[in-house]
Write a protein that binds this ligand. Structure first.
Ligand code: MN
Length: 247
């Protein structure tokens, strides 16, 4: 299986199962991120047994500010059930700025859990890129910066910290996204859709669109599609190995 959607909000589509069926038909493994531990619990009961789905334990920054102590405790209790953690992170944009302090408390708390070093994290950083990169570097975790849209100058810092990046169709379409993709070392790039939030041709992206993300990367890298697909697959293996090695 060579195609992976590392960041998709399966529980946000009107018909999650039909989205997954198309993903499975396209041979795509889907990392189903969640916004809260209780949402993880529901989704893993519903989908956790599907062969091509990995449900990720999340505490979304836009929810983290008002997360109850019960939800936080649930995170700790559930973290060993899964290899994937997300969506977590910080949002310092106009949408999240007012709760940034509370978000930071939750994010730091999650990163301090010793077991999180064995997980693959998919992380939101909009408007708080420097702070997120610093926190991840300090925690020495295996993390993918999802839909990175921050200043180009922070990319080198993230690379030095061993971080990865996931690229989606919306990034490949925008000038700004293309500038960012051009800066990313090829061995640190994997694929995502951020569906249904990211859009493609006037509709919500779905995991089945991952092949088009690979095609976009192949164009950006000036190589054949199967080369790009193999490269991204090797990077996914590096990510899994990094999470296992826990160093
Ligand atoms: Mn997302």
């Amino acid at each position: 299986m060579k195609l992976v959607d590392t960041h998709c909000h399966i529980d946000r589509y009107p018909h999650p199962l039909s989205v997954l069926k198309s993903a499975e038909a396209a041979g795509v493994v889907t990392v189903a991120v969640t916004d809260l531990p209780s949402a993880y619990q529901r989704l893993s009961l519903r989908l956790g047994r599907r062969r091509l789905v990995r449900v990720a334990l999340g505490a979304h920054p836009m929810r983290a500010g008002s997360m109850s102590p019960l939800e936080l405790a649930l995170f700790t209790r559930l973290v060993d059930q899964t290899d994937y953690v997300g969506e977590i992170g910080l949002d310092g944009s106009q949408h999240g700025r007012s709760s940034l302090k509370a978000q930071t408390k939750v994010f730091e708390h999650l990163l301090q859990q010793p077991r999180i070093k064995r997980k693959v994290l998919t992380v939101h950083s909009r408007g708080a890129e420097a702070q997120v990169i610093e926190a991840l570097a300090h925690a020495r975790v295996t993390a993918i910066l999802h839909w990175y849209s921050g200043p180009l100058r922070h990319i080198a810092t993230a690379v030095d910290a061993g971080l990865f990046f996931s690229v989606n169709p919306a990034m490949l379409r925008s000038k700004r996204g293309q500038r960012i993709v051009a800066e990313l070392p090829r061995g640190r790039v994997v694929t995502e859709t951020d569906g249904p939030y990211a859009r493609l041709d006037g509709r919500a992206c779905e995991p089945k669109d991952i092949a088009s993300v690979v095609a976009g990367l192949a164009r950006a890298w000036n190589e054949e599609e199967d080369e790009a697909r193999d490269r991204v697959f090797r990077t996914m293996s590096d990510i899994a190995a990094s999470a296992r090695s826990d160093t």
